[in-house]
Ligand binder design. Sequence first.
Ligand code: ZN
Length: 247
Amino acid sequence: MRYLILSDIHANATALEAALEAAKGRWDKVLCLGDVVGYGPDPNEVIDKVRELGATTIRGNHDKAGSGIANADDFNPVARNVALWTRDKLRAENRVWLEQLPTGPATVDGFSLVHGAHRDEDEYVFAPAQALDGLLDAPSQITFFGHTHLQGGFTLRDNKVGVLHFKPAGDAPFSTLTIEPDTTYLLNPGSVGQPRDGDPRAAFAISDLPHHTVDFWRVPYDVEAVQKRMAAAELPEPLINRLSFGR
Ligand code: ZN
């Protein structure tokens, strides 16, 4: 079974469309690691699409704040502003869908899905020291996580933590990770709708674990079109600008 793994779409319908177009015909099922909404201008369009895809989805912190099951008090003012805007824009059925998203971890086909970390869905795993606990505690060889918006991940082998970065070679739209035995993996497909690793292209992954591979994709999309919709909706300027830089 090949899985298309999406995370942190953040209400960016144009980036999601570009990702789906590029991934066409290459997957059997879709998984989503949360933060379907927040930051971006298209919460209903993106939820409609994720529902249509029948994606197995766990919730992220922005899904809790956007639906209203968590208050956005621990968000910075910019993120809070958009969480409240999102709540206002959501159609009733989409708000209910968002409210009812399950909390991670989820187990699919022998691997795990979390938004942030195994022990805490809201925890950010940026550095090897933070990854170590998750790698040691992991109930499966492979865990996919999101939340940081950084494509890459961590490995544990012979008690050593390794860091993974992906850069497709030449014109290739993806780079392939080969899954090795005796290694535990924490893998982040990156953010579809608001990348923060310096590459503004939409990020996602496609796993084909029966063949021991995970492909890490980067796909360009029409950033300006999204920025125009954000400006028209009067969403905060720092959020509009950061899409140009992937920061
Ligand atoms: Zn996010």
